[in-house]
Write a protein that binds this ligand. Structure first.
Ligand SMILES: Cc1cc2nc3c(=O)[nH]c(=O)nc-3n(C[C@H](O)[C@H](O)[C@H](O)COP(=O)(O)OP(=O)(O)OC[C@H]3O[C@@H](n4cnc5c(N)ncnc54)[C@H](O)[C@@H]3O)c2cc1C
Length: 364
């Protein structure tokens, strides 16, 4: 069995698809009695074997369903964010933070952290959970900031090591009907971070793209609602429905699947950098990189955010998530070369007071 990274392979001794929290508890108890590891798996979109095991693999997609109440949604851990959004939008509501890609599971991203374009305002998905249903030591329990707060802190960002999330009460906020996406070209990484700090946007993220003389930078500032003026420096605008904006990766994914790039190995490097050191690390990393080090469909993302209240992430204050999302395309750097580059990036980030986003691909 592989994951989206396509680098690590494991053959599970057993695969179970529980359909309820009590079935999860039963599977965990049985595995513990046999001394076998149990690893929950959402859709396996982590990139270095985090969701893989040679013990018991729990396919959490057996737990689905989303119920919307007053200002909250109760989501089963195996539901995807697409399914959550499909349930909340008819009520004019949305989770405050959505990942750029909707086909990830609630349990998977809460176990990772879950960063999105609104994370400069709302923090991570893991920071917007009111309570969690968790199987710990074979027993189903509920935890929240006031009930079993230690467990609540251990499972959010805990990658399944401290309990299996079976359900989550997700905070909801009003959803806009339409959004205005504004492209703002930036001079360099420092300028990107300045725009992210100063722009009054509901959603903002930035990319570095290959150009004739190295890399060019652009910020995407997204304004919710009608009649908003594009921020200074905007060169292009596009109006979209909120759902189409949230689902913006779908056409690219379809193209990557058709090109075969989606199935190639994805040695992703992702680090949280302290904001004051971020531009220097980003510039020097990109300065030493060619497009072949990124791969044909690789992407570089830069996102300043708030982490607040998710201790397992271990991120610095005022973090910037620098994502070097590599694809090992034919004719580009090899997987071992890309993994070595991720290791070097993580070592550099740690030297500057940063840390990893642990769904990345870093050996050792
Ligand atoms: C195309 C793409 C786009 C992405 N975009 C973003 C983004 O915008 N923002 C972002 O933050 N991340 C993003 N990610 C990374 C994503 O957060 C991780 O892949 C994450 O692992 C979620 O994927 P998953 O649901 O498939 O979980 P998996 O990869 O299956 O699991 C992730 C980890 O959580 C554990 N786990 C899974 N389910 C549970 C559970 N119910 N209880 C306890 N532990 C569990 C697993 O054991 C594993 O350690 C993206 C990934 C891809 C491939």
């Amino acid at each position: 069995m592989r994951d989206f990274g396509g680098i690590v392979e494991r053959s599970p001794a057993r695969m179970i698809r529980p359909g309820s929290a009590s079935e999860v508890a039963g599977a965990v108890r049985e595995a513990a009695a046999q001394g076998v590891d149990v690893v929950p798996r959402g859709l396996g979109h982590s990139t270095y074997g985090q969701s893989l095991t040679s013990g018991v693999s729990l396919d959490m997609r057996g737990l689905t369903g989303v119920e919307v109440g007053a200002g909250q949604a109760a989501a089963a851990a195996g539901a995807t964010w697409r399914e959550v959004l499909a349930a909340t939008l008819p009520h004019g509501l949305t989770p405050p933070v959505l990942t750029d890609y909707l086909d990830l599971t609630v349990g998977g991203t809460l176990s990772a952290g879950g960063v999105g374009g609104t994370s400069h305002v709302h923090g991570t998905q893991a920071g917007n959970v009111a309570s969690l249903d968790v199987v710990m030591d074979g027993d189903p329990v509920t935890c929240s900031p006031t009930v079993r707060p230690g467990l609540f802190d251990a499972v959010r960002g805990g990658r399944g090591r401290h309990g299996v999330i079976t359900g989550a009460a997700l905070r909801l906020v009003p959803a806009p009907e339409r959004v205005l996406c504004c492209t703002i070209p930036c001079r360099d990484a420092e300028d990107v971070l300045r725009v992210q700090r100063e722009v009054r946007a509901d959603d903002v993220t930035s990319r570095a793209l290959p150009s004739d003389d190295g890399w060019r930078f652009e910020a995407k500032a997204v304004l919710y609602g009608d009649g908003r003026e594009p921020p200074p420096g905007t060169t292009e605008t596009e109006e979209l429905s909120f759902f189409d904006f949230c689902d913006r990766m779908r056409p690219d994914v379809e193209e990557l699947v058709a090109l075969g790039e989606w199935a190639r190995p994805h040695p992703w490097g992702m680090v949280f950098l302290p904001a004051p050191r971020a531009a220097a690390v980003i510039e020097s990393t990109l300065g030493a990189m060619t497009t072949g080090d990124l791969g044909l469909s690789g992407v570089i993302l830069i996102k300043a955010l708030r982490i607040g209240g998710v201790p397992m992430l271990g991120a610095p204050r005022d973090p910037v998530l620098f994502s070097v999302l590599r694809t090992a395309s034919p004719g580009c750097a090899s997987v071992p070369e890309m993994l070595a580059a991720n290791r070097a990036l993580l070592d550099r980030a740690r030297g500057e007071g940063g840390t990893r986003y642990a769904v990345d691909s870093v050996p050792g």
